[in-house]
Design a protein around this ligand. Structure first.
Ligand code: SF4
Length: 459
């Protein structure tokens, strides 16, 4: 029993988190910044934060994550980090030659109150920012929000710094993909290409954090949204922001800055989620849905109808980020599964909770939902009301092992398996992948528990 101290008796806690179901803002900001081509993320704080953020991303993606730090010492903690950041900007442009430096703050620099735009202006005035290069920033104090907030803040910074108002509108659609895997971003681009729709996706970590092994090191991989494209987002005909918490801030900022209308959708997870996304693309652009996508949709429908008896009535516990949880919950309900315990560490707000409760209103049991909750509480719920399947990040494996429950890794971080950065879970193809994962977990358990007499050959 790895978590043997988890009790079944639940006590109300307001000032203590045990085994958090989130991580800190700068990780999301760093991830978003890596989705700009030629960008070097910069952590304005101490080396400890930076090392943690980099290693979290490196372990999840199994790729070297390039970033820099202001390396605060005791002196900068007392007097502020201006000198460190000005020096760092000079060093980075001189030695590593990025096109853009994306600065995010940490708890320490936020508590000091360092004014990043003022420091960046000082660096520019001192000739430390070469012609045609950029320094952008996002405030990411980690004592509020979560990694999703950090992602959202840095994505909005891309609009604030680069989007240019005016000019003739184009037929391009902006896609803000949400805090999803590089594989998901690739899949969203493939769907848009299949419909013949030109898009600008930002951020775009495909080809950055899931690239091939070539034998040659590239400080700045080929992927990522180009700065020229970010500037043109202001001329696009519309924006689809996928996932309210991670993407709507950037979408609405673009609307108010450049008058590009924004539609916020769920992440395109599951049949209905993908239908909504494709329908929004169709209505925004007037393009038809090609047969190739209808074929994939039909394949997904076929699997759902063939295997429905295995999904029906199965209770599921979910831990994850709000946008994923909402879309995933709707997907599971559509399969007649029963989301029973749902926890996110991110404070996602009352509107989100209302939407989540609406999604499970017809589920045939009381559903436990906690925003800003932790995995200790999730474990207690599972102990009191066992489920057939748990879905969550790597940390959930301890609960799954202790309680002997089938488990699917999903979300961030996943430190102990590969696949997530290469194989999507969005779109119809991603939906088929999810169905396969769910079925494998449930059927493996059925096989494991079968006696010699009732072991099924055909399932
Ligand atoms: S929570 Fe704050 S202090 Fe801790 S690693 Fe994150 S930014 Fe640094």
């Amino acid at each position: 029993m790895l978590l043997k101290h988890t009790t079944t008796k639940i006590k109300e806690r307001s000032a203590l988190t045990v085994n958090p179901a989130k991580t800190c803002q700068p990780i999301g900001a760093m991830y978003a910044a890596l989705g700009i081509h030629g960008c070097l993320p910069h952590s304005h704080g101490s080396q400890g934060c930076y090392a943690y953020h980099r290693s979290a991303l490196t372990r999840h993606y199994k790729e070297p994550v390039m970033a820099a730090t202001s390396a605060f010492t005791e002196g900068s903690s007392v007097f502020g980090g201006q000198a460190n950041l000005v020096q760092a900007i000079d060093n980075m442009f001189t030695v590593y030659k990025p096109d853009v430096i994306a600065v995010h703050t940490t708890c320490l620099s936020e508590t000091i109150g360092d004014d990043i735009p003022q420091i960046a202006s000082k660096a520019a005035a001192g000739g430390k920012v070469p012609e045609g290069k950029y320094v952008i920033h996002a405030n990411t104090p980690s004592y509020v929000g979560s990694h999703v907030t950090g992602f959202s803040n840095m994505t909005k910074a891309m609009v604030d710094y680069f989007a240019e108002p005016g000019g003739e509108k184009t037929k391009t659609v902006n896609i803000v993909p949400g805090y999803v895997e590089p594989s998901d971003m690739e899949e969203i681009k493939r769907i848009c290409a299949a419909m013949g729709i030109p898009i600008i996706m930002f951020p775009d970590t495909s080809g950055v954090l899931n690239g091939p092994l070539t034998g040659h090191f590239k400080m700045y991989p080929d992927g990522g949204v180009k700065i020229d494209a970010l500037k043109k987002t202001g001329q696009s005909m519309g924006t689809l922001a996928l996932g309210n918490l991670a993407s709507s801030a950037a979408g609405f900022a673009l609307d108010s800055k450049c008058k590009v209308p924004c539609k916020v959708l769920d992440l395109p997870i599951g049949l209905t989620g993908t239908d909504m996304f494709i329908d929004a693309l169709r209505t925004m652009t007037g393009e038809n849905v090609p047969d190739s996508l209808m074929f994939e949709r039909g394949q997904m429908m076929d699997i759902i109808s063939d295997m429905h008896q295995y999904f029906y009535g199965k209770k599921v516990g979910l831990v994850g980020d709000p946008d994923q949880l909402l879309a995933l919950t709707k997907f599971l309900v559509s399969l007649d599964m029963v989301p029973t315990h749902i926890v996110t560490g991110s404070p996602a707000g009352k509107k989100f909770e209302a939407e989540l409760r609406e999604a499970v209103k017809d589920v045939p049991c009381d559903v436990n939902i906690k925003l800003g909750g932790d995995m200790y509480l999730f474990h207690q719920w599972v102990k009191n009301d066992p489920v057939d399947l748990v879905i969550g990040n790597t940390y959930v494996k301890y609960i799954a092992k202790d309680e002997d429950i089938p488990y699917i890794r999903y979300g961030f971080p996943i430190y102990d398996r590969i696949g997530h950065s290469y194989l999507p879970t969005v779109g119809y193809r991603g939906g088929i992948m999810m169905l396969e994962k769910i079925l494998n977990a449930l059927m493996d358990r059925q096989d494991r528990d079968a006696t010699d007499v009732n072991m099924e050959l055909v399932m």
